[in-house]
Design a protein around this ligand. Structure first.
Ligand code: SAM
Length: 243
């Protein structure tokens, strides 16, 4: 198998005809991966870092490709007793994901959801302090990623947190083992492997970052086989014609 290039195989979970119960089970598997392999806490720490660097009384955070809303529920729970007010918005293309997310977040009045394609013109109207994109970027073609990253920079006042997978032979084979033990659905087993093949090398991310020269980039490898890419957008100076 070739890991030099990103695969363009589509994930089964992106099938709009997948029934809601099955989709819910797939998200349960993804959430298990995020919990055991610390994907949630990685994103939470990155959000904390941006907040510490930019103290404010309140923040608007948008999660692009929010899935079943678990990440935003984690954020809301983490900050519930802290002296900061959060306005949390989840965006996802899939109406069934949005329905599951609304149900999951029903005890959090500061979270709302919007059914929207990240690439749709309406997405240009969203504004936030911090923009999150976790395990979603690898669902897109390279050309589309360049388009929405440019857009993300315009939408976020302070920073962007991208948490996505590393494309590598080792992570592919280790995920096979991991999924034997921890993953229940065939779809999540299949999509996990497709995700790794569609994911990124550090060079891929650096190449994207070169297309965004007017903001600050911090790209780090993190356990387990993730890249955490923080883009600091405060004080960005967009080139003429890009704002
Ligand atoms: C692997 S899930 C990640 C969910 C969640 N962010 C997480 O970290 O577990 C990818 C999500 O991206 C959403 N998605 C895919 N293409 C999208 C698009 N064009 N616009 C908005 N959401 C999209 C899918 O519906 C799915 O919920």
């Amino acid at each position: 198998m070739n890991y030099k290039k990103r695969s363009c195989t589509r994930e089964l979970m992106d099938d709009p005809y997948l029934d809601t119960l099955m989709l819910q089970r797939v998200y349960a598997d993804i959430n298990k991966v995020n919990t055991i392999l610390q994907g949630f806490s990685l994103s939470l720490r990155a959000i904390e870092k941006i907040m510490e660097e930019n103290p404010q009384d309140s923040y608007t955070i948008i999660d692009m490709g929010c899935g079943d809303g678990s990440m935003l529920v984690k954020v809301a729970s983490f900050y519930r007793d802290k002296p900061v007010s959060l306005n949390l918005i989840g965006v996802d293309l899939n109406s069934k994901s949005i329905a599951l997310a609304k149900e999951k977040a029903r005890e959090h009045p500061n979270i709302r959801f919007q059914e929207l394609d990240i690439l749709a013109p309406e997405a240009k109207e969203l504004q936030c302090d911090i923009l999150l994109c976790t395990l979603t970027m690898h669902h897109f073609d390279t050309d589309e990623i360049s388009i929405f990253l440019d857009q993300f920079v315009k939408l976020s006042r302070l920073g962007i947190v991208i948490n996505d997978l590393q494309r590598s032979k080792l992570s592919y084979h280790l995920f096979k083992l991991f999924s034997l033990i921890f993953i229940k659905t065939k779809i999540a087993k299949h999509d996990g492997l497709v995700s790794i093949k569609s994911a990124f090398t550090k060079l891929d991310l650096i190449t994207f970052s070169v297309g965004l020269p007017h903001v600050e980039h911090d790209i780090c490898w993190r356990w387990a086989f993730r890249y955490l890419w923080i883009i600091r957008t405060k004080g960005k100076q967009l080139p003429y014609g890009r704002d």
